[in-house]
Design a protein around this ligand. Structure first.
Ligand code: BGC
Length: 436
């Protein structure tokens, strides 16, 4: 059984009782039925929050949360501990060492799903249950049960989700497509590759823009979803789909072909450079999570005129899911201040302010869709009706160590383009991380 599966097997939604006793101890048993009651104006003291939302539109999203926090909890002082680098590419190592050295922040950003289980199942555990905060926010009445399940281990909920992002989105420049004579959205990867040839013939050298390794892992996961379908893709993480199967071979070869249409990337290249290539007309397409839409809007680009979007060809009806959520680390310096932050992150006001600025959709189900622009309204619809698949690059599918092995294999493949070697590395990574 894989580590991810072991965690999932251990899942079971906490009995979100309707008790209303105040509990701020973070103790699992007490927290499972109580509901946290924040002090009027906040507990007071510093609340250091660790994220990788350090720049550009991501910083704007964080700023939107912080200004709500300052309004609702004026006694508390927000301390920004952000470490730059998309997808936590630099932040995660710093966080791991801070946690190992007994120097936890007030709260840190983590990905719902397998990645969070690393902190929960660590010995000793690195984060505390926050059932009391989730209960106070409304529990299952306001958060989708599927999402709460991904935050739960052994009946306890360990973080408060701020948002849901979709990762299998192609962002495209309509003028570039027009010039290449492309008027229809391709149905599968093969059709998409044929369109990339048309783009190249029209004089654009980079049909598809990419950034550093994590953006390539994300591109690869969407190709896996397209070529395997959502069910077999999910099987890659519970051992029921083999990493050396014919379908994965097809996906690796498709990924290899796609990489022949891209710019050259170095590992440290962050995502805004890749999305900017689309807006600037230097590339036709980029596959990026929908944090891209916030960047486009911040640049004044207009939906439908300067950019269009569609699911990665072959993944229509699949929602490549990831969610950011905030934790209460064990030994956090000011746990009541942290809980004020968590209450804000999980509140309807906090989620509206944050998600409007971030491009994501609220994790809560009671924030009116009408308040959001067109793209986000369409993402809300898809999230309701699509099959949900877990992102590898953004921690939903596999624990940190496995994701790390997949990232290393992808970086190696990017330089060698050795498909057989990549398949061997991916299979070895699965064997290493699947507990038989
Ligand atoms: C996070 C997003 C963030 C993106 C790029 C993802 O892992 O979940 O919130 O915008 O990385 O940094």
């Amino acid at each position: 059984m894989s580590v991810a599966l072991a965690a999932v097997a251990a899942l079971g939604l906490a009995a979100c009782g309707s008790g209303n006793s105040s509990d701020s101890s973070g103790d699992a048993s007490a927290g499972s039925t109580g509901a946290y009651t924040p002090k009027e104006g906040g507990a007071g003291g510093d609340v250091g929050v660790f994220t990788w939302w350090a720049e550009g539109s991501e910083k704007k999203g964080l700023d939107a949360l912080v200004s709500e926090f300052e309004k609702q909890y004026p006694n508390d002082k927000f301390v920004n501990l952000a470490v730059a680098g998309g997808a936590g590419s630099n932040a995660k190592a710093k966080l791991a060492s801070d946690l190992a050295n007994g120097n936890p922040p007030g709260s840190f950003q983590g990905h719902a799903g397998a990645e969070l289980t690393d902190y929960i199942l660590a010995d000793p555990p690195q984060i505390e249950p926050v059932n009391d905060v989730i209960n106070a926010l409304g529990g299952e009445k306001v958060f989708p049960k599927d999402l709460l399940d991904r935050l739960t281990v052994d009946g306890n909920i360990y973080s408060v989700p701020s948002n849901i992002h979709r990762a299998n989105v192609v962002w495209a420049n309509p003028k570039v497509l027009d010039k290449a004579g492309i008027s229809e959205t391709p149905k599968d990867i093969k059709g998409w590759i044929a369109d990339m040839d048309k783009v190249k013939k029209s004089g654009v050298n980079t049909p598809l823009s990419i950034g550093g390794t994590w953006t390539q892992v994300q591109l690869f996961e969407t190709v896996l979803m397209a070529d395997l379908g959502a069910e077999k893709y999910a099987g890659l993480f519970d051992g029921s789909t083999k990493w050396d199967s014919e379908e994965v071979k097809t996906a690796v070869n498709d990924f290899k072909t796609l990489l022949t249409y891209t710019n050259k990337a170095s590992d440290g290249d962050d995502w805004p450079d890749a999305t900017n290539m689309v807006i600037d007309g230097k590339a036709a397409y980029n596959v990026m999570g929908d944090w891209a839409v916030a960047e486009f809007e911040a640049k004044g680009a207009k939906d439908g005129e300067d950019y269009v979007y569609f699911p990665v060809p072959g993944t229509d009806g699949v929602f490549d899911f990831l969610a950011d959520s905030f934790t209460l680390p064990k030994g956090a310096p000011n746990p009541d201040g942290t809980k004020d932050w968590l209450m804000l992150v999980g509140s309807a006001d906090g989620q509206k302010a944050f998600n409007l600025a971030k491009g994501s959709i609220p994790a809560r189900t009671d924030v009116p869709a009408d308040d959001f622009p067109k793209y986000q309204q369409s993402a809300m619809e898809s999230f309701k009706s699509d099959t949900i698949a877990s992102s590898i690059a953004h921690g939903a599918a596999a624990p940190l160590a496995w994701t790390d092995d997949i990232s290393k294999a992808t970086a190696k493949f990017y330089s060698t383009k050795d498909a057989d070697g990549f398949l061997k590395d991916l299979t070895a990574a699965a064997d290493k991380n699947v507990v038989k």
